[in-house]
Design a protein around this ligand. Sequence first.
Ligand code: GCU
Length: 433
Amino acid sequence: MKTMKTLFVSVLAFTFLLSSSRAQEFEPNYEESKVPDYELPDPLIFPDGEKVNTPSEWEKRRKQILQLFENHVYGKMPGKPEGMSFEERKNIPGALDGLATLKEIRIHVEQNNQKHHFDLLLFIPNEPKKPVPVFLGLNFDGNQTVHPNKNITITDAWVSNDDDYNIHNHQATEATRGMKQTRWPVERILDRGYALATIYYGEIDPDYDDGYKNGIHPLFDQEYLDTDEGNNCASIGAWAWGLSRGADYLEQDPAIDNEKMAVLGHSRLGKTALWAGATDQRFDIVISNCSGCGGAALSRRQFGETVGRINNSFPHWFCENFKKYNQNEEALPVDQHMLMALMAPRPVIAASAEEDQWADPKGEFLSVKHAAPVYKLLGKKCLPVEEMPVINRPVYNTTGYVIRDGGHDLNNYNWEIYLNFADEHFNKTWPTK
Ligand code: GCU
């Protein structure tokens, strides 16, 4: 009898596992008519049903929402480490034909008897001769991939293998210099009077599932790693933490106007930029480029990539609790419009690409749109449209959105919009070229 019962339970468990793994294999939905009905949680209602009526009540509500994202999506965010120092390893004033000063800063962090470091690459325009605003963003393949300049140090951290660039054994090579330069129009950014700072995300935390043993994770106190609570700081949290350490450096560099720091990211690094913008209000502008699921796109729409799929493919990106929402999005206590609302009153813009249906462009638009009540409460103007704009027509006030033609990428067209958006919000006073 006991054996029969055990057999029955095992068959049941097996069937359940099989069906849940099948659920991950379903074709993603790309049809608007198949988007389920859903109701978004209201960012302006307290859990007891009271309405948020004033900016100071919003401050209280904001803390609650931030905590919900920590507990259910990205995990708890550690603060500044006990020890941190900035080692200037390069300072080349006449770089890029005299256009810029190129700096490399090694950011050393230390805590719980553990040490780690990562390198920030910084281009500062030599004109104008006054502190300038800055864009900070993580890069995917090493700082040397951003620009072919030979002075840039090639990362010695783990990188993805890539036959085209002769990358084997996860070690970057000379061939990777400038390999991602189309994503980083450095000269154009400098010409427009902005500095550009970037860090290779793999130096902060290598992008593979290793049980949070490497990168900066060993520095975190147990409470940030403890999976009993399910709100462990996973990889997106670690990368966002690295962005904040980048801001720590930038805000004390006299060449930088530290009240004008924009954070930006593409794809998984767009999700990261949003989380950094939510957790660190020193970022004055937040830019999400094709960030999709777990970024700007509403989870409840289940369009393209879903919560179940992302957790299945990238189990180390979000906290353990996020997995509870696999095929169960309606149970989430938040949705991504509330992440957008956490940026308020600071400017935020999301960009999608027409062919990037995996990232759900409409879901990205809607989360910007549904953040509006919070921005309005704080006296800010939101999107000037109610419906999704046509292709290549950016729309913005303090919040913004654009869908461009083409695929999943960060390109010159995107940068022109971000530069214009920043010009407007930073009240830039010098002429642009
Ligand atoms: C995958 C993943 C996306 C992510 C993207 C990227 O496509 O499913 O969520 O944004 O990788 O970071 O390139």
